[in-house]
Design a protein around this ligand. Structure first.
Ligand code: GDP
Ligand code: GDP
Length: 441
């Protein structure tokens, strides 16, 4: 018997960061794009997995501006619905704004409720903002969860507190360590064929008709005793052809599959070359902050064309400058021989994506770098004093670093790019985005 998946609802007044937290928990860095029809409609529900426990995450979302009732009444109505359908609640409040009457309105709804509620105080972006939490102790809660949903701080602690309340997966699959790989690309590029070849059996329906497979399909594959979860996201369509029906739905599913995954393998057609639609799909991967491998497929049809590889790769780099860190494979989904490199590469890339660099090592690296290339300054002499900078990793999947400096405004985009490239070289970050936040010391 399978237990029903519990529902975890995020409630709170508008603008406290509920959607940001929602996306954070799903592993997406930014909001699931809502300019694509069909995404807004159901973006507030998603299935999430944390430490092998599954739950359904609900974001109570934006208020309906057409309603004529007052703001407090609206907040009350939306929260009541969420409270009724949820098994577990996360109440989000804004640490910078302090406790406000609308917050107290929501807290009032929770009185006497027999469901677990976690009180999260958001927008505490630096350790310095911790005192802001004091205001909320008036609510009489033993435990408050300080968060920066935007920067991913405190989110793991919050989820770790929720985990014991979630039932263990009934299928004994502990998929915590299993890399999740989304196979994406425009229709007909060979996604289903690739999945079938990797699985070594006819698992996904393959057809000459574009878009035959519509929903993401998860398949577990074992390679050299390691397991991988492949999600075939057939169904990303050219934007102009999206209508509100099943196509829009599948875009939402595909975006979600990318967000849920550690890594996206973006397939490109070796014969047709890079198209505008490929660029758009690549943009989705970037926006969701996932790791990426570019796989140029159908290369069997270009074999014997000696210069083709170099030309294709140059074109790819020119069109996807924002994915310059993604490795490129040339292969044929029809030939398993040509895919030998794929699992070792997935291992390397997911390791980069999940990497955590110890602070000591990071600062040794940073100090040597600053000695050689001082931080830019506006006035006066460049400072080579290594005490003026400090760095620490604040998140993984993808790796996010906080660079603490005296004058953040002095850190130019060029310097940040330089620092990113050096970080990549030093720690062999391959196929994973990395982010550097500049903070005042
Ligand atoms: P919602 O209305 O509760 O869903 O709030 P949103 O998630 O849309 O966030 C409202 C605003 O707060 C947005 O401008 C977010 O960028 C910002 N925000 C969310 N989380 C944080 C955070 O951790 N720190 C800061 N500084 N801003 C945040
Ligand atoms: P999807 O829509 O991305 O899932 O694409 P399919 O896997 O359905 O493949 C579309 C068509 O391309 C099918 O006719 C496949 O047989 C063909 N195809 C896929 N991969 C390759 C390849 O590596 N080489 C060649 N020559 N054809 C391929």
């Amino acid at each position: 018997m399978t237990l029903p998946v519990p529902t975890v609802a995020i409630i709170g007044r508008p603008n406290v960061g509920k959607s940001t937290l929602f996306n954070r928990i799903l592993g997406a860095r930014t909001a699931i794009v809502n300019d694509v029809p069909g995404v807004t409609r159901d973006r507030n529900y998603a299935d999430a997995t944390y430490r092998g426990r599954r739950f359904r995450l609900v974001d109570t979302g934006g208020l309906d501006p057409s309603a004529s009732e007052g703001m407090l009444a609206l907040i009350r109505r939306q929260s009541q619905i969420a409270i009724a359908e949820a098994d577990i609640l996360i109440l989000v409040m804004d640490g910078r704004a302090g406790l406000t009457p609308p917050d107290e309105e929501v807290v009032g709804l929770l009185r006497g409720l027999r469901k677990p509620v976690f009180f999260a105080i958001n927008k505490l972006d630096t350790p310095k903002s911790d005192p802001l939490i004091a205001d909320f102790y008036r609510l009489g809660q033993d435990r408050l969860y300080p968060l920066s949903a935007e920067h991913g701080l405190g989110v793991a602690e919050l989820l770790d507190a929720i985990v014991p309340l979630l039932p263990e997966s009934t299928d004994r699959d502990d998929d915590r360590e299993v890399p999740r790989v989304a196979i994406i690309g425009r229709p007909n590029v060979g996604k289903s064929t690739l999945v079938n070849t990797l699985l070594g059996q006819e698992r996904v329906l393959v057809s000459e008709v574009p878009g035959t497979t519509r929903d993401p399909i998860d398949s577990m594959v074992t390679y050299q005793n390691r397991r991988y979860l492949l999600t075939d996201t057939a169904g990303i369509r050219r934007r102009g052809r999206i209508d509100r029906g099943i196509e829009g739905y599948s875009v939402a599913r595909s975006l979600r599959a990318i967000g849920r995954s550690d890594l996206a393998i973006l397939l490109l057609d070796g014969v047709e070359g890079v198209t505008e639609q490929d660029t758009k799909i690549a943009g989705l991967v970037l926006r969701q902050g996932r790791a990426c491998i570019l796989l140029v497929n159908k290369w069997d049809l270009r074999e014997g064309d000696a210069r083709a590889r170099g030309e294709y790769e140059a074109d790819l780099r020119r069109r996807f400058p924002f994915l310059s860190w993604a490795p490129v494979l040339f292969a044929s989904a029809l030939k398993s021989d040509s895919l030998r490199e794929i699992f070792p590469l997935i291992d390397r890339v997911t390791a980069s994506f999940a990497a955590r660099v110890p602070t000591g090592s990071l600062n040794k690296f940073l100090q040597a770098l600053v000695q050689e290339h001082p931080l830019p300054v506006r006035k006066g002499k460049p400072s080579r004093t290594t005490k003026s900078v400090y760095m620490t990793q604040v998140a993984t999947k993808p790796p996010v670093f906080a660079l603490f400096v005296g004058q953040p405004e002095n850190v130019t985009p060029e310097y940040l790019r330089f620092l990113e490239n050096r970080l990549r070289e030093e720690y062999h970050f391959l196929g994973s985005p990395i982010r550097i936040l500049v903070r005042r010391k």
